[in-house]
Write a protein of this length. Structure first.
Length: 156
């Protein structure tokens, strides 16, 4: 697999991730049930069925490391009362999410990608967040996330 193919795979995975997060917030803002789309998000993009998962959410300080589906649900939609600090990151809602990938590397059947992503809400406020995603290439060639680290940039 050459660098262009790696870049295309990662870009497609990032765009799909952004679409899900935006759609979760939109569906929530319309008063729709978001449990099904949250389950689809986790099933379609994360590697729960083939690997353990490591997750460091952006806005978590008490329980800053996560690994189960319930942990993800708590962080993204905050409807299971698992962690008091979780407010539902995907519920903002976000208008636009743009990935600015610094680089991606492939080792065997895994790809690691690092950079910044920018979240814009409907007040036109933008948050810059640093990311590292680890992906496993599954049996059909789709990237599945097994490492997701997000953090706010260091403030001087």
């Amino acid at each position: 697999m050459n660098n262009e193919e790696i870049k295309d795979l990662v870009t497609n995975a990032q765009n799909e991730w952004a679409r899900y997060v935006i759609d979760i917030g939109y569906q929530y803002s319309q008063g729709n049930d978001i449990n099904k789309i949250m389950e689809e998000f986790l099933k379609d993009l994360y590697a729960f069925e083939i690997s353990d998962i490591l997750f460091k959410p952006t806005k978590a300080s008490v329980n800053q490391f996560r690994r189960t589906k319930e942990d993800f649900i708590s962080y993204f939609i905050a409807n299971n009362n698992l962690y008091k600090e979780d407010k539902g990151f995907a519920l903002e809602p976000w208008k636009k999410i743009v990935f600015d990938t610094y680089n991606s590397i492939k080792v065997d059947k895994e790809i690691i990608s690092m950079g910044n992503y920018h979240f814009e809400n409907f007040k036109s406020e933008t948050i810059k967040v640093e990311f590292t995603f680890g992906y496993i290439i599954d049996n059909v060639g789709k990237l599945r996330i097994n490492l997701h680290h997000s953090s706010l940039p260091f403030q001087i």
